[in-house]
Design a protein around this ligand. Structure first.
Ligand SMILES: Cc1cn([C@H]2C[C@H](O)[C@@H](COP(=O)(O)OP(=O)(O)OP(=O)(O)O)O2)c(=O)[nH]c1=O
Length: 188
């Protein structure tokens, strides 16, 4: 069997594609993690807790010899966590709230290794154009929003409505490349 550098604890094809950009040899495992926020949990605490939980659950599924990377992405508007939409109506309501405003995308990454778990939080400011009800309707009909935090994908059709981003593009898509390299490097 090919020698692996690390394990990705994720079902996301986007994270798989981004991690491949770093040139590591890796396998993916699918960790089962309860994503319910705790009472009064701050957004930054929540996203870090989930990334750590995914990395550690993934580590438990492996032989423990390689570092395991977990990640979680949320959209935060006025301190409120906007995760993946429940249905099309939820996606439309989220996009109407994001329209014409700036929000934060928080992506946490965690690396579970033989000596413990380390993590990093990357926060990116994203500014939306105004979206008309017809544009929202058409975008939701494309189905693209349905599996994405904040109900949009900057890397897809959603990119046409992103006026500005301050921070890490790869973090918005689900895996910050620089910080992931920095987190994994000492363990590979
Ligand atoms: C804001 C935004 C989010 N997203 C995605 C990144 C994440 O995959 C998803 C947020 O869901 P997550 O729960 O972070 O991840 P996931 O369920 O897709 O995968 P896994 O838990 O197995 O690692 O939203 C985009 O693809 N583009 C964007 O512009």
């Amino acid at each position: 069997m090919e020698k692996l550098d690390c394990i990705l604890a994720s079902t996301s094809p986007r994270r798989r594609e981004l991690l491949a950009h770093l040139g590591y040899r890796f396998d993916a495992v699918a960790p089962q993690v309860d994503e319910t926020p705790l009472a009064a949990e701050l957004a930054a605490d929540y996203v870090c807790r989930l990334a750590i939980a995914k990395a550690e659950a993934g580590h438990g599924l492996t032989d423990g010899k390689r570092p395991v990377l977990g990640s979680d992405t949320i959209v935060v508007l006025d301190g409120q966590i906007l995760g993946k939409p429940k249905d099309a109506e939820d996606a439309k309501a989220t996009l109407a709230r994001l329209s014409g405003r700036s929000h934060q995308v928080m992506t946490a990454i965690a690396c579970a290794h033989d000596k413990g778990t380390s993590h990093k939080l990357v926060v990116t400011d994203v500014t939306f154009c105004d979206m008309s009800p017809a544009q929202i309707q058409q975008y939701v009909a494309s189905q693209e929003p349905m599996d994405k935090a904040g109900s949009y994908g900057i890397q897809g059709l959603g990119g046409a409505f992103i006026r500005r981003i301050d921070g890490s593009y790869s973090a918005v898509v689900g895996l910050p490349l620089v910080e992931t390299r920095e987190l994994l490097e000492p363990h590979i």
